[in-house]
Design a protein around this ligand. Structure first.
Ligand SMILES: [Fe+2]
Ligand SMILES: [Fe+2]
Length: 371
Protein backbone atom coordinates (compact mmCIF):
# COMPACT_ATOMS: atom_id res chain seq x y z
CA UNK A 1 0.00 0.00 0.00
CA UNK A 2 1.78 3.13 -1.27
CA UNK A 3 -0.82 5.90 -0.89
CA UNK A 4 -4.24 6.45 0.67
CA UNK A 5 -6.87 7.89 -1.67
CA UNK A 6 -9.66 10.14 -0.43
CA UNK A 7 -12.55 11.15 -2.72
CA UNK A 8 -14.14 14.51 -1.85
CA UNK A 9 -17.60 15.46 -3.15
CA UNK A 10 -19.28 18.81 -2.69
CA UNK A 11 -21.15 21.00 -5.20
CA UNK A 12 -19.55 24.09 -3.65
CA UNK A 13 -15.88 24.52 -4.75
CA UNK A 14 -15.06 26.43 -1.60
CA UNK A 15 -15.71 23.39 0.61
CA UNK A 16 -13.67 21.15 -1.68
CA UNK A 17 -10.71 23.51 -1.43
CA UNK A 18 -11.11 23.78 2.33
CA UNK A 19 -11.11 20.00 2.74
CA UNK A 20 -8.09 19.56 0.44
CA UNK A 21 -6.14 22.07 2.55
CA UNK A 22 -7.12 20.36 5.81
CA UNK A 23 -6.05 16.96 4.47
CA UNK A 24 -2.62 18.34 3.53
CA UNK A 25 -2.15 19.13 7.22
CA UNK A 26 -2.74 15.55 8.36
CA UNK A 27 0.39 13.88 9.67
CA UNK A 28 0.28 10.31 8.26
CA UNK A 29 2.87 7.53 7.69
CA UNK A 30 2.08 7.23 3.96
CA UNK A 31 1.10 9.91 1.40
CA UNK A 32 -2.56 10.87 1.09
CA UNK A 33 -3.99 11.69 -2.34
CA UNK A 34 -7.25 13.56 -2.81
CA UNK A 35 -9.61 13.50 -5.76
CA UNK A 36 -12.33 16.19 -5.76
CA UNK A 37 -15.70 16.15 -7.56
CA UNK A 38 -18.51 18.67 -7.78
CA UNK A 39 -21.17 16.06 -8.48
CA UNK A 40 -21.83 12.56 -7.18
CA UNK A 41 -22.23 10.92 -10.62
CA UNK A 42 -18.64 11.70 -11.69
CA UNK A 43 -17.36 10.68 -8.26
CA UNK A 44 -19.19 7.37 -8.53
CA UNK A 45 -17.57 6.65 -11.92
CA UNK A 46 -14.14 7.27 -10.37
CA UNK A 47 -14.90 5.17 -7.27
CA UNK A 48 -16.07 2.27 -9.44
CA UNK A 49 -12.82 2.22 -11.46
CA UNK A 50 -10.21 2.99 -8.80
CA UNK A 51 -8.87 1.96 -5.43
CA UNK A 52 -10.41 4.32 -2.85
CA UNK A 53 -9.85 4.37 0.91
CA UNK A 54 -12.19 7.11 2.03
CA UNK A 55 -15.12 9.11 0.67
CA UNK A 56 -16.15 12.43 2.20
CA UNK A 57 -19.44 13.54 0.67
CA UNK A 58 -21.78 16.40 1.22
CA UNK A 59 -25.41 15.37 1.80
CA UNK A 60 -27.18 18.20 -0.05
CA UNK A 61 -26.26 18.19 -3.73
CA UNK A 62 -28.40 19.17 -6.76
CA UNK A 63 -28.73 15.79 -8.50
CA UNK A 64 -27.62 12.66 -6.67
CA UNK A 65 -27.51 13.42 -2.94
CA UNK A 66 -25.13 11.96 -0.37
CA UNK A 67 -27.51 9.19 0.74
CA UNK A 68 -28.08 8.05 -2.84
CA UNK A 69 -24.34 8.06 -3.48
CA UNK A 70 -23.75 6.02 -0.31
CA UNK A 71 -26.31 3.46 -1.46
CA UNK A 72 -24.63 3.13 -4.88
CA UNK A 73 -21.13 2.85 -3.39
CA UNK A 74 -22.11 0.08 -0.99
CA UNK A 75 -23.44 -1.98 -3.86
CA UNK A 76 -20.13 -1.87 -5.75
CA UNK A 77 -17.93 -4.97 -5.47
CA UNK A 78 -15.04 -4.50 -2.99
CA UNK A 79 -16.35 -1.12 -1.82
CA UNK A 80 -18.37 -2.29 1.17
CA UNK A 81 -15.62 -1.41 3.63
CA UNK A 82 -14.48 1.95 2.18
CA UNK A 83 -14.73 4.66 4.86
CA UNK A 84 -17.72 6.90 4.06
CA UNK A 85 -18.06 10.21 5.89
CA UNK A 86 -21.24 12.20 5.31
CA UNK A 87 -21.20 15.97 5.71
CA UNK A 88 -24.57 17.20 7.04
CA UNK A 89 -26.14 20.12 8.79
CA UNK A 90 -25.89 19.99 12.56
CA UNK A 91 -29.46 18.95 13.33
CA UNK A 92 -30.03 16.49 10.50
CA UNK A 93 -30.82 13.58 12.87
CA UNK A 94 -33.08 11.69 10.48
CA UNK A 95 -30.55 11.86 7.69
CA UNK A 96 -27.82 10.64 10.02
CA UNK A 97 -29.92 7.68 11.14
CA UNK A 98 -30.70 6.75 7.55
CA UNK A 99 -27.05 7.12 6.53
CA UNK A 100 -25.92 4.92 9.43
CA UNK A 101 -28.42 2.24 8.44
CA UNK A 102 -27.06 2.32 4.88
CA UNK A 103 -23.45 1.88 5.99
CA UNK A 104 -22.04 5.39 6.57
CA UNK A 105 -18.94 5.26 8.77
CA UNK A 106 -19.15 8.71 10.41
CA UNK A 107 -20.33 12.32 10.05
CA UNK A 108 -18.90 15.80 9.80
CA UNK A 109 -20.95 18.87 10.42
CA UNK A 110 -21.16 21.99 8.30
CA UNK A 111 -19.66 24.51 8.76
CA UNK A 112 -16.54 22.37 8.84
CA UNK A 113 -14.34 22.76 11.89
CA UNK A 114 -10.65 21.93 11.33
CA UNK A 115 -10.26 20.83 14.96
CA UNK A 116 -12.86 18.13 14.33
CA UNK A 117 -12.03 17.44 10.68
CA UNK A 118 -8.30 16.68 10.95
CA UNK A 119 -8.34 14.21 13.89
CA UNK A 120 -11.46 12.46 12.66
CA UNK A 121 -10.14 11.93 9.13
CA UNK A 122 -6.71 10.87 10.48
CA UNK A 123 -8.20 8.34 12.94
CA UNK A 124 -10.44 6.79 10.35
CA UNK A 125 -7.56 6.61 7.85
CA UNK A 126 -5.48 4.79 10.46
CA UNK A 127 -8.25 2.22 10.88
CA UNK A 128 -8.45 1.81 7.13
CA UNK A 129 -4.68 1.34 6.85
CA UNK A 130 -4.70 -1.32 9.57
CA UNK A 131 -7.53 -3.13 7.86
CA UNK A 132 -5.70 -3.09 4.50
CA UNK A 133 -2.47 -4.37 6.07
CA UNK A 134 -4.35 -7.20 7.75
CA UNK A 135 -6.01 -8.10 4.47
CA UNK A 136 -2.63 -8.14 2.71
CA UNK A 137 -1.24 -10.35 5.46
CA UNK A 138 -4.15 -12.75 5.06
CA UNK A 139 -3.59 -12.83 1.29
CA UNK A 140 0.11 -13.50 1.77
CA UNK A 141 -0.70 -16.31 4.19
CA UNK A 142 -3.17 -17.84 1.74
CA UNK A 143 -0.54 -17.68 -1.00
CA UNK A 144 2.00 -19.42 1.26
CA UNK A 145 -0.50 -22.16 2.19
CA UNK A 146 -1.44 -22.73 -1.46
CA UNK A 147 2.22 -22.99 -2.39
CA UNK A 148 2.94 -25.47 0.42
CA UNK A 149 -0.05 -27.61 -0.56
CA UNK A 150 1.15 -27.65 -4.15
CA UNK A 151 4.60 -28.72 -2.99
CA UNK A 152 3.17 -31.52 -0.84
CA UNK A 153 1.09 -32.72 -3.79
CA UNK A 154 4.12 -32.69 -6.07
CA UNK A 155 6.16 -34.58 -3.49
CA UNK A 156 3.43 -37.24 -3.08
CA UNK A 157 3.25 -37.54 -6.83
CA UNK A 158 6.97 -38.00 -7.23
CA UNK A 159 7.23 -40.60 -4.46
CA UNK A 160 4.37 -42.58 -5.96
CA UNK A 161 5.87 -42.45 -9.44
CA UNK A 162 9.26 -43.54 -8.14
CA UNK A 163 7.64 -46.42 -6.20
CA UNK A 164 5.83 -47.58 -9.32
CA UNK A 165 9.15 -47.46 -11.18
CA UNK A 166 10.57 -49.85 -8.60
CA UNK A 167 7.90 -52.38 -9.57
CA UNK A 168 8.62 -51.81 -13.24
CA UNK A 169 12.38 -52.36 -12.80
CA UNK A 170 11.64 -55.69 -11.14
CA UNK A 171 9.27 -56.80 -13.90
CA UNK A 172 11.63 -55.47 -16.52
CA UNK A 173 9.94 -56.69 -19.69
CA UNK A 174 6.93 -54.44 -19.33
CA UNK A 175 8.23 -51.36 -21.16
CA UNK A 176 5.80 -48.51 -20.71
CA UNK A 177 3.10 -50.87 -19.37
CA UNK A 178 2.41 -49.10 -16.08
CA UNK A 179 2.27 -45.72 -17.70
CA UNK A 180 -0.13 -46.84 -20.41
CA UNK A 181 -2.34 -48.47 -17.75
CA UNK A 182 -2.32 -45.17 -15.86
CA UNK A 183 -3.39 -43.21 -18.93
CA UNK A 184 -6.04 -45.73 -20.03
CA UNK A 185 -7.48 -45.80 -16.50
CA UNK A 186 -7.60 -42.02 -16.33
CA UNK A 187 -9.31 -41.85 -19.72
CA UNK A 188 -11.93 -44.43 -18.74
CA UNK A 189 -12.61 -42.69 -15.40
CA UNK A 190 -13.02 -39.35 -17.17
CA UNK A 191 -15.49 -40.82 -19.66
CA UNK A 192 -17.41 -42.54 -16.87
CA UNK A 193 -17.99 -39.01 -15.52
CA UNK A 194 -15.71 -39.08 -12.47
CA UNK A 195 -14.34 -35.84 -11.00
CA UNK A 196 -10.97 -34.36 -11.99
CA UNK A 197 -9.64 -35.27 -8.51
CA UNK A 198 -10.67 -38.93 -8.95
CA UNK A 199 -9.13 -39.05 -12.45
CA UNK A 200 -5.87 -37.58 -11.14
CA UNK A 201 -5.85 -40.09 -8.26
CA UNK A 202 -6.45 -43.09 -10.49
CA UNK A 203 -3.67 -41.89 -12.82
CA UNK A 204 -1.26 -41.96 -9.90
CA UNK A 205 -2.64 -45.08 -8.20
CA UNK A 206 -2.99 -47.36 -11.25
CA UNK A 207 0.80 -47.74 -11.83
CA UNK A 208 1.05 -49.37 -8.41
CA UNK A 209 -1.35 -52.21 -9.30
CA UNK A 210 1.45 -54.80 -9.51
CA UNK A 211 3.73 -53.33 -6.83
CA UNK A 212 3.24 -56.59 -4.85
CA UNK A 213 5.31 -58.39 -7.49
CA UNK A 214 8.44 -57.16 -5.76
CA UNK A 215 7.73 -59.88 -3.17
CA UNK A 216 7.44 -62.67 -5.79
CA UNK A 217 10.60 -64.79 -6.26
CA UNK A 218 12.53 -64.30 -9.52
CA UNK A 219 12.17 -67.97 -10.46
CA UNK A 220 8.41 -67.42 -10.73
CA UNK A 221 8.24 -63.80 -11.83
CA UNK A 222 10.80 -64.23 -14.62
CA UNK A 223 9.98 -67.81 -15.60
CA UNK A 224 9.95 -68.38 -19.36
CA UNK A 225 7.00 -70.68 -19.89
CA UNK A 226 3.77 -71.53 -18.12
CA UNK A 227 3.57 -71.46 -14.33
CA UNK A 228 2.65 -74.63 -12.45
CA UNK A 229 -0.57 -74.46 -10.36
CA UNK A 230 1.56 -74.04 -7.20
CA UNK A 231 3.62 -71.26 -8.77
CA UNK A 232 0.42 -69.63 -9.96
CA UNK A 233 -0.89 -69.58 -6.38
CA UNK A 234 2.26 -67.78 -5.27
CA UNK A 235 1.99 -65.36 -8.18
CA UNK A 236 -1.61 -64.53 -7.21
CA UNK A 237 -0.35 -63.35 -3.87
CA UNK A 238 1.08 -60.20 -5.51
CA UNK A 239 -2.38 -58.70 -4.90
CA UNK A 240 -2.14 -59.27 -1.15
CA UNK A 241 1.49 -58.12 -0.94
CA UNK A 242 0.63 -54.97 -2.86
CA UNK A 243 -2.23 -54.24 -0.49
CA UNK A 244 -0.03 -54.83 2.56
CA UNK A 245 2.53 -52.44 1.17
CA UNK A 246 0.04 -49.64 0.52
CA UNK A 247 -2.91 -50.04 2.91
CA UNK A 248 -3.67 -48.06 6.08
CA UNK A 249 -2.28 -44.86 4.64
CA UNK A 250 -3.64 -41.44 5.50
CA UNK A 251 -2.88 -40.41 1.90
CA UNK A 252 -6.08 -40.79 -0.13
CA UNK A 253 -4.35 -41.78 -3.34
CA UNK A 254 -2.40 -44.55 -1.57
CA UNK A 255 -5.64 -45.90 -0.12
CA UNK A 256 -6.98 -46.04 -3.65
CA UNK A 257 -3.76 -47.68 -4.84
CA UNK A 258 -4.12 -50.31 -2.07
CA UNK A 259 -7.65 -51.18 -3.24
CA UNK A 260 -6.47 -51.39 -6.86
CA UNK A 261 -3.53 -53.65 -5.91
CA UNK A 262 -5.81 -55.97 -3.95
CA UNK A 263 -8.76 -56.20 -6.34
CA UNK A 264 -7.39 -55.70 -9.86
CA UNK A 265 -7.63 -59.45 -10.62
CA UNK A 266 -11.21 -59.81 -9.37
CA UNK A 267 -13.74 -60.55 -12.13
CA UNK A 268 -17.25 -59.12 -12.58
CA UNK A 269 -18.76 -62.64 -12.55
CA UNK A 270 -16.94 -63.66 -9.37
CA UNK A 271 -14.34 -65.91 -11.05
CA UNK A 272 -11.31 -63.78 -10.14
CA UNK A 273 -8.91 -63.67 -7.20
CA UNK A 274 -7.96 -63.24 -4.35
CA UNK A 275 -11.56 -63.26 -2.96
CA UNK A 276 -13.86 -64.04 -5.89
CA UNK A 277 -15.82 -60.81 -5.38
CA UNK A 278 -18.68 -60.12 -7.79
CA UNK A 279 -19.96 -57.03 -9.65
CA UNK A 280 -20.07 -53.77 -7.74
CA UNK A 281 -18.64 -55.41 -4.63
CA UNK A 282 -15.33 -54.86 -6.46
CA UNK A 283 -14.25 -51.20 -6.00
CA UNK A 284 -14.78 -49.22 -9.20
CA UNK A 285 -11.14 -48.10 -9.42
CA UNK A 286 -10.09 -51.78 -9.51
CA UNK A 287 -12.75 -52.58 -12.14
CA UNK A 288 -11.37 -49.74 -14.32
CA UNK A 289 -7.71 -50.74 -13.91
CA UNK A 290 -8.61 -54.37 -14.61
CA UNK A 291 -9.83 -53.49 -18.13
CA UNK A 292 -6.85 -51.17 -18.75
CA UNK A 293 -4.34 -53.72 -17.44
CA UNK A 294 -5.65 -56.76 -19.33
CA UNK A 295 -6.01 -54.74 -22.54
CA UNK A 296 -2.40 -53.65 -22.29
CA UNK A 297 -0.93 -56.97 -21.11
CA UNK A 298 -2.56 -58.99 -23.92
CA UNK A 299 -1.14 -56.74 -26.61
CA UNK A 300 2.35 -57.00 -25.20
CA UNK A 301 4.95 -59.73 -25.57
CA UNK A 302 6.03 -61.22 -22.20
CA UNK A 303 8.78 -63.76 -21.39
CA UNK A 304 6.19 -66.52 -21.58
CA UNK A 305 4.01 -65.35 -24.52
CA UNK A 306 3.75 -63.34 -27.73
CA UNK A 307 1.67 -60.19 -27.92
CA UNK A 308 -1.82 -60.50 -29.46
CA UNK A 309 -2.80 -58.35 -32.43
CA UNK A 310 -4.87 -55.32 -31.50
CA UNK A 311 -8.14 -56.49 -33.10
CA UNK A 312 -8.05 -59.73 -31.08
CA UNK A 313 -7.41 -57.74 -27.92
CA UNK A 314 -10.44 -55.48 -28.48
CA UNK A 315 -12.51 -58.59 -29.32
CA UNK A 316 -11.44 -60.24 -26.07
CA UNK A 317 -12.38 -57.16 -24.02
CA UNK A 318 -15.78 -56.96 -25.75
CA UNK A 319 -16.52 -60.68 -25.30
CA UNK A 320 -15.67 -60.47 -21.62
CA UNK A 321 -18.10 -57.65 -20.79
CA UNK A 322 -20.25 -59.00 -17.98
CA UNK A 323 -17.87 -61.94 -17.45
CA UNK A 324 -14.39 -60.74 -16.58
CA UNK A 325 -15.20 -57.03 -16.81
CA UNK A 326 -17.84 -54.53 -15.72
CA UNK A 327 -20.03 -54.18 -18.87
CA UNK A 328 -20.49 -50.44 -18.37
CA UNK A 329 -16.72 -49.90 -18.20
CA UNK A 330 -16.18 -51.99 -21.34
CA UNK A 331 -18.80 -49.88 -23.14
CA UNK A 332 -17.00 -46.67 -22.19
CA UNK A 333 -13.59 -48.19 -23.01
CA UNK A 334 -14.71 -49.18 -26.52
CA UNK A 335 -16.26 -45.76 -27.09
CA UNK A 336 -12.82 -44.15 -26.68
CA UNK A 337 -10.99 -46.73 -28.81
CA UNK A 338 -9.28 -44.05 -30.94
CA UNK A 339 -7.83 -42.27 -27.94
CA UNK A 340 -6.70 -45.60 -26.47
CA UNK A 341 -4.84 -46.40 -29.68
CA UNK A 342 -3.20 -42.98 -29.70
CA UNK A 343 -1.82 -43.60 -26.19
CA UNK A 344 -0.65 -47.06 -27.22
CA UNK A 345 1.12 -45.69 -30.28
CA UNK A 346 2.84 -42.97 -28.34
CA UNK A 347 4.07 -45.29 -25.61
CA UNK A 348 5.38 -48.29 -27.53
CA UNK A 349 7.49 -50.81 -25.53
CA UNK A 350 10.80 -49.80 -27.11
CA UNK A 351 9.89 -46.35 -28.30
CA UNK A 352 10.66 -43.20 -26.42
CA UNK A 353 7.51 -41.53 -25.14
CA UNK A 354 6.97 -38.12 -26.69
CA UNK A 355 5.03 -37.05 -23.65
CA UNK A 356 5.74 -38.80 -20.40
CA UNK A 357 5.53 -37.66 -16.82
CA UNK A 358 7.77 -40.57 -15.97
CA UNK A 359 10.48 -39.33 -18.30
CA UNK A 360 11.63 -36.77 -15.75
CA UNK A 361 12.80 -39.66 -13.62
CA UNK A 362 13.47 -42.40 -16.18
CA UNK A 363 15.78 -40.32 -18.35
CA UNK A 364 18.00 -39.38 -15.47
CA UNK A 365 21.57 -40.45 -16.19
CA UNK A 366 23.86 -41.20 -13.21
CA UNK A 367 27.08 -39.17 -13.03
CA UNK A 368 30.20 -40.93 -14.45
CA UNK A 369 32.32 -42.87 -11.95
CA UNK A 370 35.52 -40.96 -11.05
CA UNK A 371 38.71 -42.81 -12.00
FE1 LIG B 1 -1.50 -57.96 -11.39
FE1 LIG C 1 -0.15 -54.97 -15.02
Amino acid sequence: MKTMTIVLIDDQPFFLLFMEEMIKKIDFPIPIETKSFRNAEDALDFIEENHVDMIISDYVMPEMNGIELLQEVRQLPDKESVIFIMVTAEHARNIKRKALALGATDFLTKPLDKLEFIPKVRNLLRLRLKECLLKNKAQLLKYEIDRSLKEIKMRDREIILRLSMAAEFRDEMTGHHIERVALYSQLIAKNLGYSDAFCEDIYLAAPLHDIGKIAIPDCILKKKGKLTPEEMEIMKKHTIYGYRLLANSKVKVLEMAARIALYHHENWDGSGYPYGLKGKAIPVEARIVSVADVFDALGEARPYKKGWNIQSVFKFIKENAGKKFDPQIVKVFLSVKDEILKIKERLTPDGKASHSLFNDYIDFKPPPIAT
